[in-house]
Design a protein. Structure first.
Length: 299
């Protein structure tokens, strides 16, 4: 497999923005490797990211037109608030920063157990979401079967609760001169929007390698049957003429799911920073699966 680096026509001044939340499986630490295998700007019309998460790939690509999707309602609300009312969000984060302590953390975490949580403003919910992410154990997002956040507080001396400069840059990317839509929906809804000539990047919860693998960012797990359905969506987009890329673990089942002519499976090595055991934060093999490998070979 021959990779293709962006040519000079694709290089322009970028806004320096990065994920505003920590996210299990996030691509920030691996983005330099992934960049080699993404199509160049100008070679696709609309960029789609149906498992948005921390958004590291979006922040790196900075497409002119994008539809960003995720099933996590609180995550999508945070993106929308940054896009539409950053000032209100900053005020919320300032309040959390000033009051942060262990007692306060658990008070805020328990908001979603109270009957009036549904009446909280989008800015209050977004502020809580980012505050908990920045101060909880390992930056995890985890909820119980009732949808209540249940991650304990992390042991940080000085957590960066308000990263004002980055939030301003993220806002500029989401609300500047680009055409960016943000939708709270299941990944399968991409089939309603994506057309020939678009680029779709999937970064789902990975196929489990063992019983300790993290497979859920909401109260619903993402298991083997879900991966089979995802592979079907991938192939439908392939048939439409979309450029499609997908990240996943190196589980043998993943190789089988994408064993088709015209599909390339590229092994990459990632360093994971979110792991309950610090000894498990080394380099691991993962896969990038693409359907436009011949285009890269011809570069």
């Amino acid at each position: 497999m021959v990779s293709a680096l962006a040519d000079k026509s694709d290089i322009r001044k970028k806004i320096v923005a990065y994920p505003f939340v920590k996210w299990a499986g996030g691509k920030r630490l691996l983005i330099n490797e992934y960049r080699k295998y993404f199509p160049l700007k100008g070679s696709y019309i609309t960029y789609f990211e149906p498992f948005l998460g921390g958004g590291a790939v979006f922040f790196d690509l900075q497409p002119e037109k994008a539809i960003l999707m995720d099933i996590n309602e609180e995550l999508i609300n945070a993106y929308k608030v940054i896009q539409s009312n950053l000032e209100g969000l900053i005020l919320e984060l300032k309040r959390h920063k000033e009051n942060h302590c262990e007692k306060y953390y658990y008070q805020v975490r328990n908001w979603d157990r109270l009957p009036d949580y549904k009446d909280r403003t989008p800015e209050e919910k977004a502020g809580r979401f980012i505050y908990l992410n920045r101060t909880c154990f390992n930056g995890l997002y985890r909820v119980n079967r009732n949808g209540h956040n249940n991650v304990p507080i992390g042991r940080y001396k000085n957590p960066k609760i308000l990263d004002r400069e980055n939030l301003i840059n993220v806002h500029e990317l989401l609300d500047g001169d680009k055409d960016i839509r943000i939708i709270n929906t299941d990944y399968k809804e991409v089939l309603k929007y994506a057309e020939k000539g678009d680029f779709v990047y999937f970064d789902p919860p990975y196929y489990p390698l063992d019983d300790t693998s993290f497979t859920s960012y909401t109260k619903n797990d993402f298991g083997p049957e879900d991966h089979e359905k995802l592979a079907e969506v991938f192939m439908e987009l392939h048939k439409r003429g979309c450029k499609v890329a997908l990240s996943n673990s190196s589980a043998e089942e993943v190789y089988k799911l994408y064993d088709y002519d015209g599909i390339d499976i590229i092994p990459l090595y990632a360093r994971r920073s979110i792991n309950s055991n610090s000894n498990g934060r080394g380099s691991i093999k993962e896969l990038l699966i693409i359907n436009y490998g011949s285009e890269l070979k011809n570069k």
